[in-house]
Design a protein around this ligand. Structure first.
Ligand code: SME
Length: 163
């Protein structure tokens, strides 16, 4: 069970600390699956009030988003680009913050505990690699500070993959 229940007062400072931890965790390794796995675990166990944290990665053959490394309950395996919150963020290549997933048209319910969600696209050299998806049982768990903080973490992840 998740240990943290309090959201930090200063989210930006908390994300700065997470950035330091993430850099240390990924240092010296370029493998996408290994680094995505450790990043998902770091986020799931560091951020308060999450029930799911992980990646969907673009599968080149069909072009769908395919379930990647994650922490949380088993999840939907394939999501077409443009579908659900993940597919919408992938299509727009922009972060999508959803305060109430039940009010988001086309939301794909993987875990009935989820009430809010944030999805950040993962882009490397202009190419969409996938998305980072975080779910929370709280309504309106994610805001602009989470978007900026997670986008910075995704940049560290992309840099870790090398060129
Ligand atoms: N809710 C997402 C699907 C992925 S799960 O939340 C892990 C969506 O609508 O794209």
């Amino acid at each position: 069970m998740h240990a943290l229940t309090e959201l930090p007062a200063d989210k930006a400072a908390a994300y700065d600390e997470l950035a330091t931890s993430l850099r240390a965790l990924l240092e010296g390794e370029h493998d996408l699956v290994a680094n995505a796995s450790n990043m998902a675990a770091l986020l799931f166990w560091s951020l308060a009030d999450l029930n799911w944290a992980g990646f969907y990665l673009v599968e080149p053959e069909r072009g769908d988003l395919l379930l990647g490394p994650f922490q949380g309950k088993p999840a939907c395996v394939r999501i077409p680009i443009g579908r659900g919150v993940c597919g919408t963020a992938a299509e727009r290549r922009a972060t999508v913050v959803v305060p109430d997933v039940h009010a988001f048209p086309g939301h794909i319910a993987c875990d009935s505990a989820s009430n809010s969600e944030i999805v950040v696209p993962v882009i490397r050299g202009g190419k969409l690699l996938g998305v980072l998806d975080l779910d929370s049982p709280l309504h309106s768990r994610f805001d602009d500070a989470d978007a900026r903080g997670l986008e910075a973490l995704v940049r560290i992840f992309v840099e870790s993959l090398g060129s």
